[in-house]
Design a protein around this ligand. Structure first.
Ligand code: COI
Length: 353
């Protein structure tokens, strides 16, 4: 793929790296590429970060034909820049696209676009502990047409954002609200995809939780409202009686890159990890009898987010001693250790630029 590069003539001032939040600062350039039926993907270009001009009738605005990915580039302690399992994101984006009848984006082109853009923007990769360059690939349907049908044209773009912690709590434990009214996704729907609509559907639960004084939502399955799906914008894991359990991938759950990495890592440490259905009733019992030793969310943006407090059916339970669990801390240190080049990457997960 030939990528044309137009450099900005007005580079932006870099942000204060010490006060970086999540997702509100963007770098100088972005990658863009167009698709038309019959012609395929064309016009790969890196251009100054800019507004996108689209016909108001574009499918994306009416029927939410949009998918995205979330990944990060890390500036290592050894000065090397690393990506973490980027092909998993490329493949997941194609699975999301297939569900929404969007065209496949070739994995090799995804990797080339990503590496070329990150290399060009390497001065934007923060170097302070717990910071990174968040990468957001997006695909939208652009055909101007009000009928509900498969779009004939698309735009793929990648934007970059230097970030600090996703949740203001950082690694500090969060308080979770179990949502039993609204659901995020159902089997057979789009829960396993990273499409904007899933996140739009989650906002009301987040608002309710925040209004009630909680930081995140524990989503239950859409059919029975009984089984655990995800937490906030992350997958969720529980350590019960020494064993780590996590909801199996039912089709309603996002197959997280961090989730997969944590499962591999735990198994490599000799721990028992089981992917299965987990009922709220089981969690309630484990929290009540003290066998729930730890609970944490896993995700690219948040990495590991320990859960310190769970409210189930009117009962408020402190998980463990309410602090950062030993296993959560070890997982955080091990994952970020590999990402920042502090630890040997024995799994072969990182891709150096
Ligand atoms: C991620 O963890 O990368 C996500 O995409 C979650 C959220 C920011 C939507």
């Amino acid at each position: 793929m030939n990528i044309s590069i137009t450099k900005t003539t007005a580079p932006k001032a870099k942000p204060d790296w010490h006060t970086l939040k999540f997702g509100n600062t963007f770098t100088d350039h972005m990658f863009m590429m167009d698709y038309e039926e019959g012609r395929g993907w064309h016009d790969a270009r890196i251009v100054p970060y800019q507004n996108i001009s689209l016909d108001p009738a574009s499918c994306v605005f009416h029927y939410a034909v949009e998918i995205f990915e979330g990944m990060k580039a890390y500036y290592g302690v050894d000065g090397k820049i690393r990506l973490f399992r980027p092909e998993m994101n490329a493949n997941r984006m194609n699975r999301s696209g297939a569900r929404l009848c969007m065209p496949e984006f070739p994995v090799a082109d995804f990797m080339q676009a990503l590496k070329t853009l990150v290399e060009l923007e390497k001065d934007w990769i923060p170097t302070l502990p717990d910071t990174s360059l968040y990468i957001r690939p997006v695909m939208i349907a652009t055909e101007p047409h009000l009928g509900v049908s498969i779009s004939k044209s698309y735009l793929f773009y990648i934007m970059l954002s230097p970030v600090g912690a996703y949740y203001p709590e950082g690694l500090n434990p969060v308080k979770i609200f179990v949502e039993d009214e609204y659901v995020r996704a159902v089997k057979g729907g789009t829960g396993f995809t990273k499409c904007g609509g899933n996140y739009a559907a989650s906002l009301i639960g987040q608002k309710k939780a925040h209004d009630l004084g909680y930081s995140q939502v524990l989503w239950l399955d859409g059919e029975h409202h009984q089984y655990i799906d995800e937490v906030g914008t992350m997958n969720v894991m529980f350590k019960i009686n020494g064993e780590v359990v996590t909801p199996e991938l039912t089709g309603a759950i996002l197959p997280g890159v961090t989730r997969d990495s944590v499962i591999h890592m735990l198994k490599s440490w000799g721990m028992k990890v089981t992917e299965r259905r987990i009922s709220l009733e089981e969690l309630h019992r484990a929290a009540a009898d003290g066998s729930l030793e730890e609970a944490f969310g896993t995700g690219t943006a948040a990495v590991i987010s320990p859960i310190g407090n769970l409210d189930i059916a009117g009962h408020s339970y402190t998980v463990g001693d309410g602090g950062i669990g030993q296993l959560s801390q070890k997982l955080y240190d091990s994952l970020t250790g590999i990402q920042w080049g502090k630890l040997k990457d024995e799994f072969g997960w990182t891709v150096e630029l």
